[in-house]
Design a binder for this molecule. Structure first.
Ligand SMILES: Cc1cc2nc3c(=O)[nH]c(=O)nc-3n(C[C@H](O)[C@H](O)[C@H](O)COP(=O)(O)OP(=O)(O)OC[C@H]3O[C@@H](n4cnc5c(N)ncnc54)[C@H](O)[C@@H]3O)c2cc1C
Length: 393
């Protein structure tokens, strides 16, 4: 049976940056299993949806980002047996390992919203979260001269969900400059009471919603979609309403982790995510199984920024576990970069308890600034390709 010292499932932000870091740390036998031929720097999807980037800016062939010395197994995991330390792939291979790290990210739960997938196929709905539709978002938004437009933020688990507000607020700024904002009925469907759940960040966002005249439907989610009638049914704790004659909807699907995680007995009760100790990132049930990234239940909002810290802690902990030394703990650091206009962005960096956790010491992470917008759009992608994916952060 094929064996690897460290087997990583997933070649996204988590899998590739961890593989690169472990190789740098001197582990020789690292393999990554992942099916997709293209690697995406996902934060730029929001800028494509806001007319500020192209898909070519965020896509690279996976073979170009898999680090030298790492074996890329071009296959998809379909089952995991944590007691035997094996995974089974779609092509029927069984892979054995000493250490298993799960980072398969999240997958769309189309069944959660009847009609939504058909509406994406129809082109009436599009969003940055469904990459095939992303390049159509900005042309559709900027073509609007009146009528009703709806945006949603997906409920958790979702990948850096509050950043789904970026296209909304950049579009509002555009519509105001174009003189059509007053002709539009702009509605936002939020899963929670507020945009982020972090009071300082929410104060800034609420001010922006009021300023642009956005009607906010709180503690609500899209229950079903009627693509033929261009109508969305929104359910909330207080009832149900149908939004009719919607010209365009930026409705994000709901998400879940792959089902083989729960089938393998690795999920948190009641959720699809991998049940790990949120501090050490180790499975609570199987000591050679670990998880990071969007599919790991680390009791904080998932983000690429969070992975910088998770990869650092996990690489140290794999080494400490081998030597029988104490494990380090991840403090839940995460980031929710949100634009409040076409050119200003707040980083919103917090720890697990929502305490400010700025990467630049003493900088208030809730204040929108122009240089932060420029850094998020132009600086961070360079840091991602050159340093984060190469295990240098
Ligand atoms: C639209 C959008 C905007 C975002 N904006 C920001 C932002 O501004 N700032 C920020 O910090 N974060 C942002 N994020 C979040 C960030 O991109 C994610 O947190 C990060 O990509 C998670 O990395 P991951 O490796 O866990 O998952 P992913 O990047 O999703 O990678 C998962 C990998 O697993 C593979 N896989 C899936 N199933 C299997 C299987 N069965 N077998 C093998 N491989 C499998 C996939 O093919 C993929 O390679 C954004 C995300 C999105 C979607």
């Amino acid at each position: 049976m094929e064996h690897h010292e460290v087997l990583i499932v997933g070649a996204g932000n988590a899998g590739i940056s961890l593989a690169a870091k472990l190789l740098r740390d001197g582990i020789h036998d690292v393999a990554v299993v992942a099916p997709q031929p293209v690697h995406r720097y996902k934060p730029l999807l929001n800028y494509v949806a806001a007319g500020e980037a192209r898909m070519a800016d965020l896509e690279r062939p996976t073979e170009d980002v898999v680090p030298d010395g790492c074996e890329w197994i071009r296959d998809s995991v379909e089952a995991v047996d944590p007691a035997a330390m094996t995974v089974t792939t779609r092509s029927g291979r069984t892979l054995h390992c000493s250490t298993l790290v799960l980072c398969p990210g999240l997958t769309e739960d189309w069944d959660a919203t009847p009609g939504l997938q058909a509406a994406y196929a129809d082109g009436w709905i599009a969003s940055p979260y469904v990459p095939g539709s992303t390049p159509t978002v900005w042309p559709r938004l900027t073509a609007l001269r009146g009528g009703s437009v709806v945006f949603t933020v997906p409920p958790e688990p979702a990948s850096c969900a509050p950043t789904a507000l970026k296209p909304l607020l950049m579009a509002c700024d555009h519509w105001r400059r174009a003189g059509v904002l007053d002709e539009l009925e702009v509605r936002l469907v939020l899963p929670g009471r507020t945009g982020t759940g972090v009071p300082q960040a929410d104060d800034v966002l609420e001010q922006a919603f009021t300023d642009y005249g956005v009607e906010v439907l709180r503690e609500s989610r899209i229950e079903s979609v009627d693509a033929d009638a261009h109508a969305l049914t929104v359910a909330s704790s207080t009832g149900r309403q149908v939004l009719e004659d919607v010209a365009f909807a930026h409705a994000v699907p709901h998400y879940r982790a792959p089902r083989w995680i729960a089938d393998g007995g690795l999920a948190t009760g009641g959720s699809s995510l991998v049940d790990v100790d949120p501090g050490t990132l180790r499975s609570r049930r199987y000591e050679s199984v670990w998880a990071i990234g969007d599919a790991a239940d680390v009791a904080t909002r998932p983000s690429g920024g969070a992975l910088r810290k998770q990869v650092a802690v996990l690489s140290k902990n794999l080494d400490a576990a081998r030597r029988g030394k104490p494990l380090q703990r991840y403090d839940g650091y995460t980031v929710m970069p949100i634009t409040v206009s076409r050119r200003k962005l707040a980083l919103n960096e917090v720890d697990r308890d929502n305490r400010p956790s700025p990467s630049v010491p003493f900088l208030d992470p809730f204040v929108p600034r122009r240089w932060q917008w420029l850094f998020d759009r132009y600086g961070l992608p360079q840091v991602y390709w050159r340093r984060i994916l190469r295990g240098r952060v």
